[in-house]
Design a protein around this ligand. Structure first.
Ligand SMILES: NC(=O)c1ccc[n+]([C@@H]2O[C@H](COP(=O)([O-])OP(=O)(O)OC[C@H]3O[C@@H](n4cnc5c(N)ncnc54)[C@H](O)[C@@H]3O)[C@@H](O)[C@H]2O)c1
Length: 342
């Protein structure tokens, strides 16, 4: 079995989810880390016993890398992915794929042209609750989806923004509560409905965070080509990170997701429930946050197993761009105050 040599670029908040997960993948080994903050990257290199760089181009020129994980600010995802693809390096990027849609298309093209794999993190699809709902919808036992709704009411303080040199800006984060926080729940709902989007109509506004440019509130509807209409509401000025909510009203039952817990109640009274296993705890090290869950490891394992089997991973660029299109259309609709037909 070939052991893939891995680099991670970006040693911030999400770094431990990737670094610790790579440790438990049997065909991968972390050989280099990169961050433009030298003190930060040096510490990670000591912790993981690997080389470190402050310039990703230098890292690629000096190291023999098979796979790069991109844990960078949003505006750098496309640039670094395309650079790596051209060197024949497989890419695994954090969400969102990119800021703009054309960047995401260029990432997919670069990966295909250079015959490398492009994976995008949407780890919540691997939660047992999400898996239960997806499988039940796919089996047909719930009948058609009649309508759906989702709600994300989280808290991102002024300090969260003032401590970052990229969050809260259109140029570097690409948006606020939608592209950064609610994107996970939007991706889940879209994956459940499993249809192309017909149109989107959205309002976005900044209501509480005076120090940022981007929206901290968004609401609207997404009408899918299969006729399903879903409503969404997202804010990040609630007093705490309340469990996200998804509801799908189906012909033969009601689907509810509260946080990571999936709950299905069929019209005949039968109920199915799936939640994260409390035993399924993964030590992501200092600074890891509970609400990110354990599913990064599951998705990262799928990515490496796919590469070694010569298959595509579950969440490819082609899959993730569907959610990216939705996010971009929400912004376009919100800014222009028009309905966006996809
Ligand atoms: N999947 C999830 O649940 C989840 C959770 C948190 C963050 N994320 C995503 O992870 C990514 C990173 O987020 P974060 O919260 O870790 O951000 P962060 O700001 O904590 O970390 C980003 C790191 O990149 C470094 N960096 C910036 N420019 C660089 C460059 N040119 N070269 C090398 N290093 C550079 C910074 O110094 C910083 O250490 C984002 O895409 C974010 O949306 C995903």
């Amino acid at each position: 079995m070939k052991i893939l040599k891995v680099a991670i670029i970006g040693c911030g908040n999400i770094f431990p989810m990737h670094a610790q997960s790579i440790k438990v993948v049997n065909n991968a080994t972390l050989v280099a880390v990169c961050d433009n903050k030298e003190d930060r990257v040096k510490l990670k290199a000591e912790q993981y016993n690997c080389s470190y760089y402050t310039d990703y181009k230098e890292m690629f020129s000096k190291e023999d890398i098979d796979v790069v994980h991109i844990c960078l600010p949003h505006f750098l995802h496309a640039e670094v992915s395309i650079y790596a693809a051209k060197l024949g390096i497989h890419i695994f990027t954090e969400k969102p794929m990119s800021i703009g849609l054309s960047d995401a298309q260029d990432m997919i093209k670069a990966a295909k042209d250079n015959k490398v794999t492009l994976g995008v993190i949407f780890q919540n699809r691997y939660n047992p609750g999400s898996q239960l709902i997806k499988k039940s919808l796919e089996s047909g036992e719930l009948g058609k989806i009649l309508s759906g709704k989702m709600e994300v009411t989280w808290n991102r303080s002024d300090e969260y923004y003032s401590h970052s040199d990229w969050k809260g800006t259109w140029e570097k984060e690409g948006g606020g509560v939608i592209i950064d926080q609610a994107i996970h729940t939007m991706d889940l709902l879209r994956w459940f409905v499993d249809s192309d989007v017909d149109y989107i109509e959205a309002n976005i506004s900044n209501r509480v965070h005076e120090i940022i440019q981007v929206e901290d509130c968004a609401e609207g509807i997404i009408k899918y080509k299969n006729g399903v209409v879903t409503a969404f509401h997202a804010i990040n000025y609630y007093s705490y990170d309340a469990p996200v909510k998804i509801e799908l009203h189906c012909e033969k039952g009601m689907v509810k997701m509260l946080g990571d817990r999936g709950h299905i109640k069929f019209n005949d009274g039968i109920e199915l429930i799936a939640d994260n296993n409390p035993e399924d705890i993964f030590d992501y090290g200092n600074g890891a946050k509970g609400y990110w869950g354990t599913s990064h490891t599951k998705q990262i394992k799928n990515f490496y197993a796919s590469i070694s089997a010569g298959l595509q991973p579950d969440i490819t660029g082609d899959e993730a761009i569907k959610t990216q299109k939705m996010v971009c259309a929400i912004y376009e609709s919100g800014k222009k105050r028009v309905r966006i037909k996809l």
